[in-house]
Design a protein around this ligand. Structure first.
Ligand code: HEM
Length: 456
């Protein structure tokens, strides 16, 4: 581990835009924060200030990074010198507590080791059957010619899948309502990221009350899932059983609260991002008929047979499509860190506890890293082309020790769902719809994604 302290040679203040301190946020500058294009703002600032700049909120910096070398330094080489940013812990802590996403140090390492077996290759292959089955059940509820909000459909579907695969519980009957709870929670998290201003926060108290109620409901739901598991003493082999059976060195089980934090973390992290990846993939496929055709050509040898995980080896184009969709619309948007002591980064002094935002979105749209970056081109991810991409320039799942634990799960799930839906339906964009990305903690299509179902 290289521990660099601030030296006398540190360069002066990192360039970047300044925002008056009283606003305490970028978005609060705008009345009602309506339609603030935070993604456009980040791209514009990076064009002006480069791949490492600071947004100065008064004299407090938020460091913005989109340089692959620096990403490697922060997330991989010097990972031990950083924690997740307080900004994010503060945003999600009220519901995700001290789960895998926010936990740190030896406790995090232990919890990650406990959860890891549920994500091993052999294990997630078995989840494939559930993924295809639940997708087919969703399709069976669709009618040819009707219009559906595909973002919403994907959220319900992936929520059902993560619960069945990891916790062996079927929540699909409540999926609609859970989706509403999630929106309340993520809006609250987003408000906290964008606003540290107490006056502003008071202004949003109504939402805070809704959020408190939504959190309580979610807690009750998770506690019911745990209680249900306790009733069934046989080991069903799912992740929840594994976490419940785990004992520390003194032979103690995980506390009730830690168990709940882990389940809520997986519950949220395990569906919302994959749903967004899929929504964007359907959107892009609908806009690019040649890509849609190539996917259908690839599917043709199956003759409509239900997909199985073993089929995916011969269906690599679907992997390129999902990867390219996540390049243009990285579901997590970015990754945040803060140094645990004063450090130097690219010659600049960075004080302990400063927020560092790695903007995956900006990096994925950087013309220096991707030729014609706004163009949707799955060929970028053919093995030959992917090998030529600069290392750490593609970051949908993060990198280093805190890399997404569910990355293989998510890739497999996204491909199985995309292809299973395409076997039955062509999804056409509803006319007169302007689709825009909004960063609501995750990168969602603003207002949903209306598509018409055309039967094959
Ligand atoms: C397309 C889908 C997904 C995307 C884009 C995504 C993205 C990410 C990213 C960027 C991180 C790293 C955050 C950081 O370093 O600060 C992360 C962490 C995490 N993800 Fe995912 N994720 C996806 C799917 C999943 C799934 C399916 C699960 C579980 C079933 C999951 C569970 C987690 C957990 C628990 C962490 C925290 C891991 C740790 O810190 O040890 N994610 N995810």
């Amino acid at each position: 581990m290289s521990t660099t302290t601030i030296s006398a040679i540190s360069k002066p203040r990192l360039p970047g835009p300044t925002i008056p301190a009283w606003t305490q946020s970028i978005t609060n500058l705008l009345p009602w924060r309506v339609d603030f294009d935070s993604l456009g703002f980040m791209l514009k600032e990076a064009r002006q200030f480069g791949n490492f700049y600071a947004i100065w909120v008064g004299d407090k910096p938020i460091y913005v990074v989109s340089d692959p070398q620096l990403v490697r330094e922060i997330l991989v080489e010097r990972a031990a010198e950083f924690h997740k940013a307080d900004l994010v812990k503060h945003a999600v802590g009220s519901f995700a507590g001290n789960g895998l996403f926010t936990n740190e140090g030896d406790f995090w390492r232990r919890q990650r080791k406990l959860a890891q077996p549920a994500f091993h290759h052999g294990r997630i292959e078995a989840y494939g059957t559930i993924m295809v089955q639940q997708t087919q059940e969703m399709i069976a509820s669709w009618q040819a010619g009707e219009m559906r909000d595909i973002a919403h459909e994907m959220t319900k579907l992936t929520l059902g899948i993560v619960n069945k695969t990891l916790f062996n519980v079927d929540v699909r009957a409540q999926a609609e309502h859970i989706g509403e709870l999630m929106t309340v929670l993520l809006t609250g998290a987003n408000d906290r990221i964008n606003s540290y201003n107490p006056v502003w926060n008071r202004f949003f108290q109504q939402n805070q009350r809704r959020e408190a109620a939504a959190t309580q409901e979610l807690f009750a739901l998770i506690e019911a899932i745990i209680a249900d598991h306790r009733q069934h003493t046989e080991d069903t082999g799912d992740l929840l059983s594994m976490l419940m059976a785990a004992r520390d060195e003194e032979g103690n089980p995980m506390s009730e609260q830690q168990l709940r934090d882990e389940i809520i973390t997986l519950f949220i992290a395990g569906h919302e991002t994959t749903a967004n990846a899929l929504a964007w993939a359907f959107y892009l496929v609908a806009k690019h008929p040649a890509v849609a055709q190539r996917l259908m050509d690839e599917l043709a040898p199956l003759n409509g047979k239900a997909l199985a995980v073993r089929d995916l080896a011969a269906l690599s184009y679907s992997e390129w499509v999902i990867k390219e969709a996540m390049r243009l619309y990285p579901p997590a948007g970015g990754v945040t860190r803060q140094p645990i002591h004063d450090i130097e980064l690219a010659g600049y002094a960075i004080a302990k506890g400063s927020t560092i935002a790695i903007s995956t979105y900006v990096m994925h749209h950087d013309p220096k890293l991707y030729v014609d970056p706004e163009r949707f081109d799955p060929e970028r991810f053919s093995p030959e082309n992917e090998a030529k991409l600069p290392k750490y320039a593609y970051l949908p799942f993060g990198a280093g020790p805190r890399v997404c634990i569910g990355n293989s799960f998510a890739m497999m799930e996204a491909r199985l769902i995309l292809l299973t839906v395409l076997q039955h339906y062509q999804l056409l964009l509803a006319a007169g719809q302007t689709v825009r990305a909004e960063q609501l903690f995750t990168l969602r299509p603003k207002g949903g994604l209306r598509m018409t179902l055309k039967k094959r």
